[in-house]
Every structure is written in C-alpha cells, then in structure tokens.
Design a protein around this ligand. Sequence first.
Ligand code: ATP
Ligand code: MG
Length: 263
Amino acid sequence: MITVAIANQKGGVGKTTTAINIATAMAATGWKTLLLDLDPQGNASTGLGVASSARKTTSFDLLVDQVGLDSCAQATEIPNLDIVPATQDLSGAEVELVAVEDRSHRLKSALAGSAHGGPSSYDICFIDCPPSLGLLTLNALGAADSLLVPLQCEFFALEGLSQLLQTVERVQERFNPDLGILGVVLTMFDRRNRLTDQVADDVRDCLGKLVFDSVIPRNVRLSEAPSHGLPALVYDHQCAGSRAYIALARELIERLPQEREAA
Ligand code: ATP
Ligand code: MG
C-alpha cells in the first residue's frame, strides 16, 4: 500500500477537496483506495456522505486505541473507495497520546498491518491532515511514503511552504527517512487574478518539477459538492474542477511508481 499524506498547515487551501476528489479519481481507475480522515473537523467524512451517526469507529480508535484498520474502515457509495471517518473526538488525541512513547509512530504501526495483504489490503491510502503541524500531521508524515501539498496561489503561500518543508526534513531525519515529496498542486487558481498568476510563476520558479502541471481552478461546483455528500467527480464529472482532478490523478499515477521503488 502506498500512503500519501495530504498536508499543509495553512487552513482552507484545498486539502480536503483534493483528498476527496483525488481518492475518487484513483478509485475510478480501479485502485483499491482508502481515505483516512485525520482532521477532527471531519470534513472529508462529511464530504463523502458519512453522517456523524454512522461514524462508529474512527481514526481516533485507529490512532489512540490501535483498533485494527479493518474495523475502522467502512465502504463509501463510491466503488473501490473506503474511508476511516473522523469525529471531534480526534481533537483529544494529542492529550491522550502525550504520555505515550512513540506517539509520532502510532499511525505507521496501525497501518502496517494492512500493508501486508490483510483482508482489506489497499493499493493506496490518502490521509487528509488538519491545518496544523501538530501531532496528528506528524503521525501522517511518519506513516506516509510521500507528501502531496495543495497550495493556494496567494501572497503568503511560499512562506508557509518553507515551514512545511522544514518539518518534512525533520521527520525524514528523525523517524521516516523514506518520506518523499510527491508534489505540490496549485489550487483555487483564478486566471483573471494577476496576483494568482504571479504567485504561480514564483512557485514554479522556486520548486520546478515538484509542481504538478495540472492546476485546480477556482470552481463553484467543487465547493457545492460536499453539501450533497458527494465528490465533485460524481456530483458533476464534467465541470472544470472535476476535469482538473482527473488530470491530476493521471500525473500522480505517473509519479507513483518511482515513489514505490524509492520506498
Ligand atoms: P482545512 O484547513 O480547514 O482542513 P482545507 O485545506 O481542507 O481546509 P478545503 O476544505 O478543501 O480546504 O477547502 C476550503 C473551502 O474552499 C471549502 O469550502 C471548499 O469547498 C472550497 N474550495 C476548495 N477548493 C476549491 C476550488 N478549487 N474552487 C472553489 N472552492 C474551493
Ligand atoms: Mg480539510
């Protein structure tokens, strides 16, 4: 199983939208896909139509109580796509784990069982991280083979990114030397806004090939879809946002085999 953390400590940059739609695109391509909601806000769970009452076993159980992945994951309406949902409880995980040794490795060991051909062996797992660099995101980075960074084209984008990349380096040095960076995807791109264009150019100058060619446009269908409990790819598969995520999935698949070898 390839594990991809979707992280950026900045809030509202499109992490969850990317997680839901890239996971759906991969599932549609035939990959057995798991989306792990590691954000107490539970937006990925809501966006995939998992009602609060249906979140019986969650990422809190996986992380804190080390309940098996098979018991925590549940099917979604999308074929090939399962989810481990999250609830508010997860915000207490940091407190629960504070006295636990290896508290940054909890998720890695919880996922390891599934990586070796358990009944629920997935091809790929995406982790939707909360907007912080706290213990939850550290667990995601500790468990991941690679990192996907959604970046909103705005003035402070690069500043936040350097902090994230420093954290990645620290994680690589201390407990996950295999962590790679899959790429940076520009989100909420608005062609009519000159600043957006300028920031996109700066990001590409600075990061080069790390930035995916596919750019996710600002698209109202992407923001409407979660209120229907559906990925945009199902809600309106022809809208500009859905097409962009399909293109991103294609690029991502091209990048993955090297990641696999590197891991
Ligand atoms: P948080 O840090 O709170 O977890 P996030 O990084 O996961 O946020 P999202 O929840 O994906 O970000 O997006 C923030 C808001 O912007 C949501 O209301 C979402 O519907 C909307 N949004 C995301 N991407 C787009 C887009 N490309 N076009 C228009 N709206 C978008
Ligand atoms: Mg989110």
